[in-house]
Design a protein around this ligand. Sequence first.
Ligand code: SF4
Length: 482
Amino acid sequence: MPIQPLIDAATAALTMAETKPPFSPQEARIEASRCLFCFDAPCIMACPTGIDVPTFIRKITTDNLTGAARTILEANVLGASCARVCPTQMLCEGACVMLDLEKDPIQIGRLQRHATDHVAAHGIDVLHAAHTKNGRRIAILGAGPAGLGCAAELARLGYSVTVYDKQPAGGGLNTYGIAYYKMRPQVSLDEVRMIERLGVEFRYGVEVGRDLQVADLDRDHDAIFIGIGLGGANRLGIPGEDLPEVVDALDFIEWIHTRPLDQVPVGRRVAVLGCGNTAIDAVTQAKRLGAEQATIIYRRGAAEMSAYPFEYELAKTDGATFLFDATPVEVVAKDGHVAALTLAKTAVHEGRVSVVPGSEWTEPFDLVLKAVGQEKQIGLLGRLFPGLKIDSRGRVEHDPTTMQTSLPKVFVGGDAASGGREVVNAVAEGKKAARGIHASLTATATIGPVQPSRFGMPDGAVGSGFDHPIRVHELEAALTQG
Ligand code: SF4
């Protein structure tokens, strides 16, 4: 049977409600006042974009929400979405000194949301483009977090920036691939609009290599930033994989973001293959959209899953079930649709997973979601950029300080550089690349650390792997002239 939507709109509104609701003004003030405003604050160092956490929290205590948002967004232009999707327990909140005092960490993510929601709700722009353009043009491939982080920083430095994306809207994973109960796509779309107001031009529905040639971009621009994401889910390589109800988990999440919730088809018995954070997002949303059973199937043990522990606990709370040390060996069809999975036990020997002979059994499923990792875009990048060096793991080789690739005019960040990390890492890399581009195009290289300069850095200059000293104050002056 083809899969169908299972719940009505009213039920979906309840089950897909945000898991972390916003603070009230009073709650925010009380939480902010718990902060110790640490010197050398470890929460700053734990943030890949180096948000000055104690400074923005202090501003919240005095009701200066616009100032708090400015502190956040100057460091991380996607501060609103990162407030919702960052694994804060593993980053800023995980580093909070309150934990050493055996107290709950400051809820930095929710405070960050409180401040950034304020400026979004009141239409206040706290970031500004440079007063004058410097005459340089930069092309950015991909309107995801890395591309947006790069675009905003370049616009603030006076560059004319054009972002190309094949999707009809910007935001990348933030718009199309985050669990709905964590963040609404509108938050991401609002961030894109904020960057548009910095003067960045977005061209959607454009696939580079098909609609636009890299040679043309090269001719018309002073630098190119590669911010494209990963490809589709990896192939399973088992019979029945091409049946219509075998779907990429990210495509399933995209259905949720692009259709009314009561029109999203869901299986009654859903199998999710893999055990990373995308798998968790998929399995929890399937449950919340009415699946009677949603099971994660993972070929290794619980100790080896890549999902964060708090995500695992959330999935169990939502009623998801877990089948460890098992793998599908065939998708079984009935009348051209998925009817079951044939599964087998697995064993791990010297790090390698193998199927235990004779251990197969069959369980009924009507939707199979693949969350087994995404393909690297090695072929695409090789075709677009002949000579671009790509390492054995499919990542574009680059200078870690400037994000410059083996092609001097081409810079990279996000999935293409890292192979896939958190949204906040992609923003940080985009920002770092913007500074690398700026350094490469200006006579006096001016680049600052993506992490803050006020702690642990020599005053005014940092060594960076560049051939020349890097003057932080020059970059900061350029960024604040707008
Ligand atoms: Fe505040 Fe915790 Fe950061 Fe210290 S570590 S400044 S207490 S949020």
